[in-house]
Design a protein around this ligand. Structure first.
Ligand code: DAH
Length: 347
C-alpha cells in the first residue's frame, strides 16, 4: 500500500544520521537526489498518488507532504552540521603551542664521510667497500710492508688470530686494504673511493682513539702521473674547505707509495696567518698520498710497466675536527646529545 511505503520512507529518513557519512558533501547530494530529485522517490510517489481513489487522497496527501518536509528538514540539518564543522576548522588557533616530537639526524662523522665521498664521486670515483676483519696479505704484505714493520706488532694492531706460520687475521688498521681487494678483482682503469671504519690498539685520549674512520682513494690507469694526483688534491681541498684554500705537499714515506707525500692545507681558521689551531704555522696536515708502488701493483696482478696510479688516505675524524673545530676525539663516540644536536642542521 502506498500509505505504508510512505511511512517506511519517513522512518528511513528519521533514522539517517549525518555522522555516519564519510564523504559528507557527496552523500548529502545523493540523499537529496534520492528523495527530491526529478526522478526521485517523491515525484514517483506523487505519480502513484494521482491514481488513488478520491477518498484516500486526503490522508495519503498529508503523509506525502510530511515526507517531503522531512526530507527537506534532513538536508537542512546535514548542511548546518557541515557548516559547523567548517567553522570549527576555521577557528583553529595556529598560535597554540605544539609538542614537536624530536627527529633524529645524521652523525657528524657520517656527514663528513658522505661529503668526502660526494666530492670524489663528482670526478668519477665510485664507492668500494670491504671487510673490517682482514688478513695479513691485504693489510700489510700486498701493500709492501716489510715483515718486521712495527704496524704488524701487537702494539698497533688488534689481532683476531695470530699464530706462527699461519696467515694472521686482524681488525683492519687502515682502509688501504680495500685498494688491494679492488685491484685483485678489477682491471684498470680503476677509480675508487673507500670510506670505512678502522681499528688500532691505542689508548683513548683527546687526540687518539682505538676506533676511527678513513677514506681512501685510488686511481690506476695508463699514464697516471703525480700531476694528476696534485690536481685531484687541489680540487678536493677547495671543495672541502673553500675556494680560497691552498695546498702544499711535503715528502713523506709510506710502504705502499713511491714517491709519497703528505698534504697540508692553508689554515682555514686564520687564513694562513698563524693561530693556535695550526700552531702558528699557517698550515694544517690533512692526508697522506703518493704514487702506487710498482710492487703493490704487481702483488695485485696489475702490470706496473703498463699501468701507474695514485692513492691517498685521510682520517674522517680529523677532517670533521678541522671543519667544525672539534677539540676532543672522544666526543664522537660518547653519543652525548648536547654534542650531536649541534650538527642537526647539516645533512
Ligand atoms: N694508510 C695510511 C694510514 O693509515 C694512509 C695513507 C697514506 C693512505 C698514503 C694512502 C696513501 O693511500 O697513499 O695512515
Amino acid at each position: 500500500m502506498l500509505k505504508d511505503q510512505i511511512k517506511e520512507h519517513l522512518n528511513d529518513i528519521h533514522n539517517t544520521h549525518v555522522e555516519n557519512f564519510k564523504d559528507r558533501m557527496a552523500e548529502i547530494e545523493m540523499f537529496r537526489v534520492r528523495y527530491l530529485g526529478k526522478k526521485g522517490l517523491l515525484n514517483d510517489l506523487f505519480d502513484q498518488f494521482k491514481s488513488l481513489p478520491n477518498e484516500e487522497k486526503r490522508e495519503v496527501g498529508q503523509l506525502l507532504n510530511q515526507l517531503k518536509e522531512a526530507a527537506r528538514e534532513k538536508i537542512e540539518e546535514f548542511r548546518s552540521a557541515m557548516e559547523l564543522a567548517e567553522e570549527s576548522r576555521d577557528t583553529l588557533d595556529c598560535s597554540m603551542p605544539v609538542d614537536f616530537s624530536p627527529v633524529g639526524s645524521r652523525h657528524v662523522l657520517s656527514v663528513v664521510m658522505n661529503e668526502i665521498t660526494d666530492i670524489f664521486s663528482r670526478i668519477g670515483f665510485t664507492v668500494a667497500e670491504s671487510v673490517e676483519i682482514e688478513d695479513d696479505w691485504h693489510l700489510f704484505s700486498a701493500l709492501n710492508f716489510p715483515p718486521d714493520h712495527p704496524a704488524r706488532d701487537m702494539q698497533d694492531t688488534f689481532f683476531v688470530e695470530k699464530e706462527e706460520g699461519k696467515t694472521d687475521v686482524a681488525l683492519r688498521t687502515h682502509t688501504s686494504s680495500v685498494q688491494v681487494r679492488v685491484m685483485e678483482n678489477n682491471k684498470p682503469p680503476i677509480r675508487i673511493i673507500a670510506p670505512g671504519r678502522v681499528f688500532r690498539n691505542e689508548a683513548i685520549s683527546a687526540r687518539a682513539h682505538c676506533i676511527f674512520h678513513q677514506v681512501e682513494a685510488l686511481y690506476v690507469d695508463k699514464k697516471v702521473t703525480f700531476a694528476d694526483l696534485k690536481q685531484t688534491l687541489l680540487y678536493f681541498a677547495k671543495e672541502m674547505f673553500g675556494e680560497q684554500t691552498q695546498i702544499r705537499l711535503r715528502p713523506s714515506y709510506f710502504p705502499f707509495t713511491e714517491p709519497s707525500a703528505e698534504m697540508d692545507i692553508s689554515c682555514n681558521i686564520c687564513g694562513g696567518k698563524g693561530c693556535n689551531i695550526c700552531k702558528g704555522t699557517g698550515w694544517l696536515e690533512i692526508l697522506g698520498c703518493g704514487m702506487v708502488d710498482p710492487n703493490v701493483l704487481a702483488s695485485c696482478g696489475i702490470d706496473p710497466n703498463q699501468y701507474s696510479g695514485f692513492a691517498l688516505g685521510m682520517g674522517v675524524e680529523r677532517m670533521a675536527m678541522l671543519k667544525y673545530q672539534i677539540r676532543d676525539l672522544r666526543l664522537y663516540f660518547e653519543n652525548d646529545l648536547r654534542f650531536l644536536r649541534q650538527f642537526d642542521a647539516i645533512v
